[in-house]
Design a protein around this ligand. Sequence first.
Ligand SMILES: [Zn+2]
Length: 307
Amino acid sequence: MSDPVWVGVDIGGTKILAGSVDPHGGVGGTVQRPAGPRDGSVEELESTIVEAALAAAAGAPLVGVGLAAAGFVDAAGERVRFAPHLPWREDDVRRRLAARLQVPVGLANDATCALEAEVAHGAARGRDSALLVTVGTGIGGALMVGGRVVRGSGGMAGEFGHMRFVPGGHPCQCGLQGCWEQYASGGALVREIRRATGTAGSDTLTGPGITDAALAGDPAALNAFGVVGRALGLGLAGLVAAFDPDCIVVGGGVSAAGELLLAPARGALVEGLVGAAWRTVPDVLVAACGPEAGMIGAVVQARRQCG
Ligand SMILES: [Zn+2]
């Protein structure tokens, strides 16, 4: 009989990624499933999660399951209040999945889980305070101060992507205008290229495509990373002024561009940071746990929540 395992399940807007995670953050076999449509049923979504968790365990008995959800999770880690790309609305996700899986289940927001993974096993290992931003289609975030993740009174802390960056600026999917993620994400890279080259309709323009073009020396792509990296750094300067973290970890799909994004971000961070000459400017690091950060951190978090 196989040793009992913890399984982490990262429930994103488009896909569900599940894998067994050992106490050192090592990931066994992973399985991937489509998350289903936003207007699909809660029952269908939760059945997919249960099936993915059992498939990831590959016949080994489950000790427990950690869930990382792309949505607002309440401060107690019991309910998903709202998820923009998933059907959950004020749903008692933790209790219901624990009943179906017959093991302890932990629940937290996906960016919170990614930060837990980076602090326990990744780029922010051993740090006491850390800020995480995930730069993908939009911007997600999480904050740790004094070794504890800051969740806020309603569990909604860390939505840095929706801080007002440009008053009266680009409309955001959240309903507000001028949000930071409109200027410092993969979506902003695409907009910047279109603006610079005048190609309004190219459907083939994607974040990874722009990264490849920049690595190959394409001037428009390099310029787009400069513009977006600076917007990232300026927003980070505000967050550092507010929270004074020891380090900043940048994850998400766009972070694969590495220094193309981080070099202009560091420059703008120093320029925009109050008292930069008289303080230690935090290290800006690329996330180390990769696309598995959510599932790894879900297990780190669940071990504590269920312990
Ligand atoms: Zn917004």
